[in-house]
Design a protein around this ligand. Structure first.
Ligand SMILES: Nc1nc2c(ncn2[C@@H]2O[C@H](COP(=O)(O)OP(=O)(O)OP(=O)(O)O)[C@@H](O)[C@H]2O)c(=O)[nH]1
Ligand SMILES: [Mg+2]
Ligand SMILES: [Zn+2]
Length: 344
């Protein structure tokens, strides 16, 4: 295997290749990774700026044999991420995966179908620089999947693929977006069929899947951590645990992309700084009046807009306090050095 087949796209000295590994799973005690020649267990040191996540390329120390009798090494550096998949967490941005080409957003055709949740995922994908593709799963459970497909198509501009892992339909279409050397991740609520789809693509039951509780048709969080797999064609795919709720953050232009109808209307307002509330000549207000824009879509847009503004303000505050802390530390270090020098 080469670094390129692990998804690496940058230049790197060929004889340094053994110093580079890609993270395939993150456990509490260690990380699993692949170098161009073998599997290794990796350990962290406290000196890394950003903790490694699944999909990361890292530089590693010379190898040793660990307690599990496996080749092991220490992570010395996390290499620059070409894309990320992250969400706002309680303590700043929570990075979920990196170096992802395509994020497949699953929503199931039965009771879990939720366009607003798909939009929320889309905003996170765009912010991280990967390509979103929507998967409408479990189409075998509904009479008319085409109706739902059309609904998604009319509201979003992203590629949509309808599948049934049970019947094997749509699988080839998914594979066609997963070329050799590419990395994809499956995201969505618990129970939408992410692990079943991974198993279907792999042709083996590598992942445990779960029955859905009868009473509320909500999944029960069967997958507990992300893991990276190789398909036969050399594409990589990450199965991720289902998420309960999706908070959003990021650039407002992503939001407009997620609401193409709203974006289009806004270009027709009389005033370029229209607040779309009570100005004369507001195309949004008149579309709401004549029903060509639904109240619910507009409400959802406003809600996400507020949520993103709030998240962004919070993030910039954290950034500011982090940089204050950094400066304080640099200051303290400088003071300490001065003391040492004076003492000499
Ligand atoms: N009818 C039908 N059922 C499916 C299909 N795909 C998955 N299922 C079922 O849906 C349930 C949940 O599937 P999983 O693959 O475990 O779902 P998941 O998204 O990985 O869930 P978490 O790991 O909890 O996030 C299982 O009982 C699957 O057998 C499908 O295409 N059709
Ligand atoms: Mg799963
Ligand atoms: Zn307006």
């Amino acid at each position: 295997m080469t670094l390129k087949s692990l998804g690496w796209i940058g230049a790197y000295d060929s004889d340094q290749q053994e110093n580079i590994a890609r993270i395939t799973a993150v456990h509490r005690s260690h990380l699993c990774a692949l170098t161009s020649s073998k599997e290794v267990n990796l350990y962290m040191t406290g000196s890394l700026d950003s903790p490694p996540v699944i999909g990361d390329f890292v530089e590693i120390s010379p190898e040793f044999i660990d307690e599990q009798n496996k080749p092991a090494a220490v992570i010395t550096n996390v290499l620059e991420r070409k894309s990320t998949f992250a969400r706002p967490g309680n303590y700043g941005t929570e990075l979920l995966a990196s170096n992802i080409d395509t994020v497949f957003i699953l929503t199931s055709a039965n009771m879990d179908f939720n366009l607003n949740r798909v939009r929320r995922f889309m905003l996170l994908v765009k912010e991280g620089g990967a390509n979103p593709v929507v998967i409408l799963s479990k189409t075998d459970l509904v009479q008319d999947a085409n109706e739902l497909l059309a609904k998604i198509g009319s509201k979003l501009q992203e590629q949509v693929i309808a599948i049934s892992s049970l019947q094997g339909s749509g699988i080839d279409e998914i594979k066609s977006v997963m070329p050799k050397g590419s990395t994809s991740i499956f995201v969505g609520s618990s129970g939408v069929g992410k692990s079943t789809l991974v198993n279907t693509l792999l042709g083996v039951n590598a992942q445990e899947t779960g029955e859905i509780r009868e009473d509320d048709s909500k999944g029960r969080h069967v997958t507990s951590s992300s893991k990276l797999y190789f398909l036969d064609n050399g594409a990589m795919v990450i199965d991720s645990p289902g998420v309960r709720s999706v908070s959003v953050f990021g650039a407002e232009e992503n939001l407009l992309e997620a609401f193409p109808r709203v974006e289009e209307l806004m270009t027709h307002c009389k005033f370029s700084d229209c607040s779309h509330t009570k100005e004369p000549g507001c195309a949004v207000q008149s579309a709401l009046e004549d029903g060509s824009l639904s109240e619910s879509e507009w409400d959802e847009f406003r809600k996400l807009q507020k949520e993103m503004a709030h998240a962004n303000r919070k993030a910039s505050k954290e950034e500011a306090s982090n940089s204050k802390r950094r400066w304080k530390k640099i200051h303290q270090n400088a003071k300490a050095r001065l003391k040492v020098e004076k003492g000499r």
